[in-house]
Design a protein around this ligand. Structure first.
Ligand code: C2E
Ligand code: CA
Ligand code: CA
Length: 755
């Protein structure tokens, strides 16, 4: 418009100037004579043509140049526009409304799923998903009407091949003076990814707010920047109380710094950490939670956030504990059930196997329980079982497990080193406890039980076998008339019984003088004469006859009677030696066995002094025998006692030498005078080369330590000869005499030894 008016102005100016020039130049010419007029007329005409021609040339050149420049600028701008569109991956469309023409760029066609060059003006709505057509149409109509500044609409397109996606169309109408849209130009953009991303974000947002797991987001500097609803309900904190703070405000104090260090190390290393952690709620309560922490990194790989997701485990744990309790306990008596017993049994067995210990299992079955159920009813039966369980629990120690296996069957696992007789005693205690009457709804009820015992490892190598054997031992006890106990192994039952009765009788034996001292003479091998006698205790049992020390001393040890026995033998031996010496028998000394127990009790020195004094014997007349094993196990206090005994002048011998684990260093420091070669090394002499070598070595060792040597268990003359040859000083054994009462020793003392 403006350019055409400019053209008019220039043209009019030209017409005016040219007309003025024509009119004025002609009037000037007319003032000249006619001939000159003709000549100048031609010159003027030619001059006019030349001037206007030159003007025309410059004008045309100017316009052509400008046009070229404009075309160049247009092309550049078109190129930039195309580049921008293809770079942004957008498509262009241009709808000339007046001409009813639609242009779609190749990218637009691609986005809409059309072949390049298509222009589907009439039915473009059908390219859209049915649900989005109405919305797109309304947006278009509103914009054409001028209701909206821009066309701005997002819809789904469905390609003929079934594909498609989300498309955003943006554009603006070109309007005429009346405001009517004549053209609509804009871009199409495939926004499928963006829509999907937004959808995912929205879903994540919903999840963040609605999940029952607590979530906490921190920035790289570990400052809390967001928490969700579940976080608030689990911890009790409101968002404004925690946002901006450090997550350690939740720390419970239950974990040490090493725990957190390890957690951060893993988090930094692998980018995530998960585990159980105890935190503190706002109300101070601490609780367990299962926590996942993820370190989030940005596109450049730099740490940007930490996201922690956690579940409160306290209810779960409580439930688990309840379920666990129900699965492992009998609901009636609250005792462990068979399952738990089996678990404990295998654990205990594994430990016993490792440490070489023993375990005991008692199988307890109530006698005639069915009768109670039948006559008094099941609820009375239940009550009775509860009372029985309560009573039996009173005999249990910390590590023991009392379990109810089925209606009236119980089992007791003893996970501590109790010997056979102690187990028997325990069974008796249970039987006694159950014999006391039970009061049930005003009625007194007498009950009894039968108990079977099995010992690991000798009665079974797995839990099931051990229980089964304890059960069959229980059946045996029932067969024997109920209200009793039986071991799975028959001899154990007897052994336990005998030991128990021995223990009861032993208390009495000491008070009523049933203990006797027998003597076994010791002969000097070089001088062929009696030098000493070993005192060996015997028990004259009123009904069982002579009981050997091998049988009753272990019982005495366990019953704490060892000290009294040793004291008695010591006194009796001293008395006897004195009496023999007074009668003129040439015995120099008497040997008394001393148990480690006595020595460790502490008053042994006083006892020895008193016995010697009482019977007027010099200390050198007494020889105390301590076994090698016991001596090597003594603590410093016991060694000091030995030193004090030696200082008195009492002689000390190591009994059973060669069977224990002597440390030569320790041996050197002990105030010992004599080594007593164990019977085990003598029995196979002289035939066994090995034993000869052993005996020779022990004798050489003793000699080098300046100790006297005595061999015990000398039974044959050949043994005696060899021992003499090897340099052994003294011999003792059945070759000379069996241990005998003092009265029977005297005839032997009267003559010289024959053997
Ligand atoms: P010990 O001190 O090694 O006693 C030697 C044991 O070997 C005695 O058994 C004795 O009868 C037996 N014996 C002796 N010569 C022979 C032989 O030639 N052949 C065979 N086969 N055996 C022989 P005993 O009297 O049954 O004593 C057993 C163990 O009981 C003793 O072993 C000793 O450790 C302990 N003991 C005996 N009396 C007492 C005592 O009064 N106090 C203490 N603390 N322990 C005693
Ligand atoms: Ca001895
Ligand atoms: Ca011995």
């Amino acid at each position: 418009m403006r350019s055409s008016s400019g053209a008019w102005v220039v043209t009019l100016s030209y017409i005016v100037v040219a007309t003025v020039w024509v009119l004025f130049s002609d009037s000037w010419l007319r003032m000249l004579d006619i001939e000159l007029q003709y000549r100048l007329q031609t010159v003027k005409g030619v001059g006019f043509v030349l001037v206007t021609g030159v003007l025309l040339f410059f004008s045309v050149r100017y316009h052509l140049r400008r046009r070229r420049q404009q075309e160049y600028a247009l092309r550049r701008s078109q190129e930039r526009f195309d580049l921008a569109l293809t770079g942004g991956n957008d498509g262009v469309w241009d709808w000339n409304i007046e001409a009813q023409q639609l242009y779609l760029s190749p990218r637009s066609c691609e986005i809409l799923g059309l072949p390049p060059g298509s222009a589907p003006l009439g039915d473009w709505l059908h390219l859209l998903a049915a649900e989005d057509r109405a919305g797109a149409h309304t947006a278009l109509v509103q914009h054409l009407r001028g209701d909206t500044e821009r066309l701005d609409v997002t819809y789904r397109v469905v390609h003929p091949d079934g594909g498609g996606g989300w498309v955003h169309a943006g554009g603006r109408a070109v309007r005429d003076d009346a405001g009517r849209a004549t053209r609509l130009v804009g871009v199409l953009r495939d926004v499928s990814e963006q829509v999907a991303r937004e959808l995912r974000l929205r879903q994540a947002g919903v999840m963040f707010d609605c999940t029952s797991e607590g979530m906490l987001i921190c920035d790289a500097g570990q400052t809390i920047i967001d928490v969700n609803n579940a976080f608030c309900s689990i911890t009790g904190y409101r968002p404004d109380e925690v946002i901006g703070r450090h997550p350690n405000l939740l720390a419970s104090g239950r974990h040490d710094t090493a725990f957190y260090r390890q957690m951060w190390q893993q988090l930094m290393g692998s980018g995530r950490w998960s585990g159980e952690i105890w935190n503190r709620r706002k109300n101070g309560e601490i609780y367990p939670q299962w926590q996942n922490i993820i370190a989030v990194r940005d596109q450049r790989g730099e740490l940007s956030h930490y996201v922690a997701v956690f579940a409160d485990l306290s209810t779960l744990k409580r439930n688990q504990q309840e379920i666990d309790y129900l699965a492992h306990h009998d609901p009636l008596t609250k005792l462990p059930n068979r399952l738990l017993l089996n678990e404990r049994l295998s654990t205990a067995m594994a430990r016993a196997r490792r440490q070489g210990g023993e375990l005991g299992v008692l199988f307890i079955d109530l006698d005639r329980f069915k009768g109670v159920n039948d006559s008094l009813g099941h609820s009375a039966g239940d009550q009775l079982l509860q009372r029985v369980a309560e009573r039996m629990q009173t005999v249990c120690d910390d590590g023991d497990t009392l379990a109810r296996l089925s209606s009236d069957e119980f089992a007791l696992l003893i996970d501590r080193p109790l010997g056979v007789e102690q187990l028997g005693k325990l069974a008796e205690r249970i039987l006694r406890l159950l014999q006391a009457p039970f009061e049930l709804s005003g009625q007194l009820l007498h009950m009894s039980a039968s108990v079977g015992l099995a010992i690991f490892p000798r009665d079974g190598c797995d839990g099931a076998e051990l229980l089964k054997n304890a059960d069959s031992a229980m059946s045996l006890a029932k067969q024997r008339g109920r209200n009793g106990y039986a071991f799975y192994t028959q001899d154990l039952t007897e052994q336990a019984r005998r030991r128990l009765s021995l223990e009861t009788d032993l208390h009495e034996a000491i008070g009523t003088g049933q203990l006797r001292v027998y003597y076994q003479l010791q002969k000097s091998l070089s001088q062929d004469r009696w030098v000493s006698a070993e005192a060996l205790v015997r028990w004259e049992h009123p009904s069982q006859g002579i009981v050997s020390p091998g049988e009753f001393l272990p019982v005495a040890r366990q019953a704490g009677l060892m000290g009294e026995i040793d004291e008695y033998v010591l006194d009796e031996a001293c008395r006897q030696l004195r009496s023999w010496q007074q009668a003129g028998y040439g015995l120099q000394s008497v040997a008394v066995n001393m148990s480690g127990y006595w020595l460790e009790r502490g008053d042994v020195v006083r006892c020895v002094e008193q016995a010697l004094q009482r019977h007027g014997l010099p200390p050198a007349a007494l020889e105390l025998e301590v076994t090698e094993d016991e001596m090597m196990q003594f603590g410093d206090a016991a060694v000091q006692l030995l030193d004090r005994l030696a200082a008195l002048g009492v002689r000390l011998a190591i009994d059973d030498f060669g069977t224990g684990h002597s440390s030569l260093l320790r041996l050197k420091r002990m105030p010992v005078n004599k080594l007593k070669i164990d019977r085990g090394f003598v029995v196979d002499l002289p035939g066994s080369e090995r034993d000869s070598a052993m005996a020779r070595a022990i004798i050489a060792l003793g000699k080098s330590l300046h100790l006297q040597l005595i061999a015990e268990g000398v039974e044959t003359a050949a043994q005696q000869t060899l021992l003499r040859e090897l340099g052994c000083d003294v011999g003792q054994g059945y070759l000379y005499n069996r241990p005998l009462p003092a009265a029977q020793i005297e005839p032997l003392l009267q003559g010289a030894p024959h053997a």
